[in-house]
Design a protein around this ligand. Structure first.
Ligand code: S3P
Length: 176
């Protein structure tokens, strides 16, 4: 995937991709090493609600969470931002449209096996609760594949790479 010319001037970077593809870790790296300001969409939601993501899903349900997610994304303004998004941010077209207005969208990719290895001990992934296995991850990933690919300006494979390697690849390929 290559950037369209007019999008090369947009310096904000939104990170999308399935759970466990390294969005938060890469974001932290870009923030610390490149001086980006971080707007973590899930973190904002947790702050707004005063409870972890899993609790929001359990008490209020997924739609409520998705509404907050859309509201946070729609409200993002600024420059030199790195914006790690929750894995489901691409499910709503309006989120992708809003992200595109303010950022270039970088898709992080990983195989179901890699994802499972990274998040198998996580208890804050409500969509994988009781179904933390490679088969279920592969199924959900496949359902979303086209949405991720359509949204992305640039895709980076993360399997077998360190956070630093992935981040440097983004810096280089996006010309940051
Ligand atoms: C979700 C991914 C999570 C979080 C929520 C829903 C998803 O974020 O937003 O649990 O639908 O894929 P991460 O991708 O950071 O785990």
């Amino acid at each position: 995937m290559t950037f369209k010319m007019e999008r090369e001037t947009v310096k904000n970077i939104a990170l999308i991709g399935f759970m466990g593809t390294g969005k938060s870790a890469v974001s932290r790296f870009l923030k610390e090493r490149c001086g980006y300001q971080e707007i973590d969409v899930d973190q904002r939601i947790v702050q707004m609600e005063g409870m972890p993501i899993a609790e929001i899903f359990r008490i209020q349900g997924e739609e409520y969470f998705r509404d907050l997610e859309s509201r946070v994304i729609a409200g993002i303004r600024g420059e030199n931002l790195v914006i790690p998004c929750g894995g489901g941010a691409v499910l709503r077209k309006e989120n992708v449209e809003n992200l595109k207005k303010i950022s270039r969208i970088v898709l992080l990719l990983a195989t179901p096996k890699t994802v499972l290895g990274r998040i198998r001990h996580s208890s804050d992934r409500p969509l994988l609760k009781g179904k933390m296995d490679a088969g279920h991850i592969a199924e959900l990933m496949e359902k979303r594949r086209a949405l991720y690919e359509e949204a992305a300006d640039l895709a980076v494979v993360t399997d077998g790479k360190t956070v630093g390697e992935v981040s440097r690849e983004i810096v280089e390929r996006a010309g940051l």
